[in-house]
Design a protein around this ligand. Structure first.
Ligand code: DOR
Length: 444
């Protein structure tokens, strides 16, 4: 496969940065250490580092210093919906959330289904404050009819393909795509939703949808596609990644598939382990998302899947919608919620997991799924070691803050967490040696 095209120029100059007084936590363990960065590299990790004069000091006392977070699922909206988000504003939100890389979803206008469209996003990302990897579309225009030129996109470094926003409805086409992906060494990621079962549903089909009179989409709309794709993965031997799993049935299917040895991975979004379908009670479209918010029992199953390793990654599904687009009656509003700036804090606040497990779910495991890790020539997901590119996240696990949608860096305001108090916050983010966030403030 061709070299991955990297994005972002990172910091300019050769300024040194020292991250002082924190506890480094990565896949190799945990130790109190300062981290010295010169240029774009970590040069020293230890308790006696001596930075050159003039080095920028980042105070990490009481903090965890980890590899930068990696989001497998970000809608950056550019090109086509710049009023909702741009590569630049989305990357800034990512930096504030501790992410040093995001995978940009292809449901832009036009779709990211051609070499030209992919190159354009790379170009837009050259000055971004986070690495932007592109997910290419599986089918042309995400129309589910013909395969996109996946080989051409893979040549440009695209390592993950999806029609996210919709699932590939045709089993025959999905089978062909899986065979093709295996040959190219890339991964297909499925948004599992059977259109004939989901119909015009605008929320989870259950007691709340009946009470509210909002058309529902049943859990089985997701589960039949998970089951179908597992059968296809079994028969083709292809790798597959399941996006935003939201039901107990889906989690159970993936758990059994993993036990059987199938090479499948899965992600869950923070809103699926922190909110339920009861949130729709006030008809506020900020709670409309796809897959929809589910009942408590599904939320519990997603948490269990995160705890027992069935689910490999927490991915934001950051889906900005400008106020004028989102502010419609519930059944007409577009689905989607902001996620980049709240994901880590929600995981730290709501999941009963050790911090290192949360970092595995948000940094090195997603880096590996996206093909951005060191094993595949990338610079994401750690470990924090001399010689590696300095992509770091400094987290204060005890800081509390209240989410104010108006203060988020996104161009949109559709966070469902306004007013919620969260514990644990990103203090600094270093991207390719550049402190892009200092004391929870974006630097550019
Ligand atoms: O809620 C969602 N919003 N789910 C999707 O699959 C697409 C996304 C979007 O692009 O807005």
């Amino acid at each position: 496969m061709a070299e991955r095209t990297t994005t972002g120029t990172g910091r300019r100059g050769t300024q040194a940065v020292v991250v002082r007084g924190g506890t480094v936590v990565d896949q190799t363990g945990e130790r109190p250490a300062d981290v010295l960065v010169v240029g774009d590299r970590v040069v020293e990790v230890g308790t006696t580092v001596s930075p050159p004069r003039g080095a920028v000091e980042l105070d990490a006392s009481g903090c965890v210093v980890s590899p930068g977070l990696v989001d497998l699922h970000t809608h950056l909206r550019q090109p086509g919906r710049e009023e909702s988000e741009t590569v630049e504003s989305g990357a800034r939100a990512a930096s504030l959330g501790g992410f040093t890389a995001v995978v940009a979803m292809p449901n832009t206008e036009p779709t990211l289904d051609s070499a030209e469209a992919v190159r354009n996003v790379y170009e837009l990302a050259t000055t971004a404050t986070a690495e932007v990897a592109v997910a290419g579309a599986i089918t042309v225009a995400r129309a589910g009819e013909r395969l996109a030129p996946m080989a051409e996109l893979a040549e440009l470094g695209v390592r993950i393909f999806t029609d996210d926003g919709t699932g590939v409805q045709s089993a025959g086409l999905m089978r062909r795509a899986l065979e093709y992906a295996t040959g190219l060494g890339v991964t297909l990621a499925q948004h599992c939703e059977d259109a004939t079962l989901a119909g015009d549903g605008a929320m989870h089909e259950g007691a709340w949808s009946s009470r509210l009179g909002i058309p529902g989409m049943p859990a089985v709309a997701e589960e039949v596609m998970v089951a179908r794709d597992l059968a296809l993965a079994r028969s083709t031997g292809a790798r597959i990644h399941f996006l935003h799993l939201s039901t107990a049935g889906s989690v159970g299917l993936v758990r059994r598939a993993k036990a059987e040895g199938l090479p499948v991975t899965a992600e869950a979004a923070p809103h699926h382990f922190t909110l339920t379908d009861a949130c729709a009670a006030g008809y506020d479209p900020v709670f409309k998302v796809n897959p929809p918010l589910r009942p408590e029992s599904d939320v519990g199953a997603v948490k269990q899947g995160l705890a027992d390793g069935t689910i490999d990654a927490i991915a934001t599904d950051h889906a900005p919608h400008a106020p004028e687009a989102k502010d419609l009656p519930f059944d007409q509003a577009p689905p989607g919620m902001l996620g980049l700036q709240t994901a880590l804090s929600l995981a730290l606040t709501e999941l009963d997991l050790p911090l290192v497990r949360i970092l595995a779910l948000m940094s090195w495991q997603p880096a590996a799924i996206a093909g951005l890790d060191a094993a595949r020539g990338g610079n994401q997901g750690g470990p924090v070691a001399p010689g590696s590119v300095a992509n770091l996240c400094v987290i204060d696990p005890t800081a509390t803050w209240i989410v104010d949608p108006a203060a988020l860096a996104s161009r949109s305001r559709n966070s469902p967490y306004g007013g919620r108090s969260l514990t644990g916050r990103v203090r600094h983010t270093v991207f390719r040696g550049e402190p892009v966030v200092i004391d929870a403030e974006a630097q550019r």
